[in-house]
Design a binder for this molecule. Structure first.
Ligand code: XMP
Length: 324
């Protein structure tokens, strides 16, 4: 009979047979649930012959690289290398304002950096890395086979398919028959912390598509500080689990404000929070007014460069979840 406990045993055996006694495996981790569960499962199966790589692309959430390192290495025993490539990504993003161009640049740079890192961790004894781990879920498999819906044509979701061809790697996808809720259950059984297992999704292009207009280090800093405060307050209010996804966007407009007896002229933060089952349609989350009041006050007081906070009350459709 099919149980998640049986699935773990069967999958670990299948991975060991597939990889054999000496081959090495690499895989990218993002700090999200899918890649973490896949990496933990792989570590259970083959230990340090699995090499996880996390690329810091400069548009991650506040303190994200350090947090992932703490969770995955210290907490889960995963053999992880974190690569700080933020300068490289931010350099390439200079002057770029078009959302699809941002996605393309981040996707391509990711592949480039990942390949370079994979070269460095090549086993010393001359054996090659043979496999690439991917945390593909069943819905991703279906989508890539048959789905031609709006999210594919409106926004290109970046993937690492190019890695397979360039590096001549074989693919391992231990989660390819599972749905999201099953991956979360699997994560809990593998001892992955609750907060990580239930984390909101975060897009590959990260804060680059939440800083509208040009992406600079200063703009990313503002966006991630505001986002951090927002998510912290959502957790404090006990609302995190009721929301499917929440984040802050930094708008490329300035607005007049007043702080003390000073006139200010700074940017605008837009907060977004949605409830959805499938991310194809979504409703905005009905926060209590007191909550919004508190978050707005904290963001304007604590984040330099922000004069005003707004809350996005647009459903999907007609709006998308992300602003870009
Ligand atoms: P949209 O904005 O298309 O978002 O309504 C639906 C879901 O997809 C996520 N999203 C992305 N994820 N790369 C990703 O990995 C992307 O380029 C991308 N664009 C949107 C979005 O965060 C939401 O969960």
């Amino acid at each position: 009979n099919w149980t998640m406990e049986n699935f773990i045993d069967t999958e670990i055996k299948r991975i060991r047979t597939l990889v054999g006694p000496t081959a090495e495996v690499i895989g990218a981790v993002s700090g999200g649930v899918d890649s973490t569960v896949a990496a933990k499962l792989m570590t259970e199966a083959i230990g340090d012959r699995f090499h996880a790589i996390m690329v810091d692309n400069g548009v991650l959430r506040l303190n994200e690289a350090e947090n992932v390192k703490k969770n995955l290495v210290a907490g889960l025993g995963i053999n992880l290398t974190v690569v700080d490539a933020s300068d490289e990504f931010l350099d390439k993003l200079k002057g770029v304002t078009d959302p699809e161009k941002k996605r393309k640049i981040i996707g391509n740079t990711f592949i480039h950096v990942f390949e370079r890192e994979a070269e460095k961790i090549k086993p010393k004894d001359g054996t090659e890395i043979e496999f690439l781990l991917q945390g593909t879920l069943y819905p991703d498999v279906i989508e890539s086979i048959s789905f031609k819906g709006p999210s594919q044509t409106i926004k290109t979701h970046h993937n690492v398919g190019g890695l397979l061809e360039n590096m001549k790697l074989k693919l391992i996808e231990p989660l390819r028959e599972l749905f999201k809720d099953e991956v979360r259950h699997l994560g809990e059984l593998l001892g992955i912390p609750h907060d990580l297992v239930w984390r909101h999704p975060f897009p590959g292009p990260g804060i680059a598509i939440r800083v509208l207009g040009e992406v600079t280090r200063a703009q990313v800093d503002i966006a991630r500080k505001a986002d951090y405060i927002y998510i912290e307050e959502i957790r404090k209010a006990g609302l995190y689990g009721q929301i499917s996804q929440a984040f802050a966007c930094l708008l490329p407009v300035k607005s007049v404000g007043v702080m003390g007896d000073q006139r200010t002229y700074d940017q605008v933060i837009a907060l977004r929070a949605i409830e959805t089952t499938d991310f194809m349609t979504a409703d905005w989350f009905p926060f209590p007014h007191e909550f919004l009041k508190k978050v707005a006050a904290r963001i304007v007081n604590e984040v330099d460069g922000v004069a005003r906070v707004t809350y996005d009350i647009t459903s999907k459709p007609p709006a998308t979840v992300e602003w870009e």
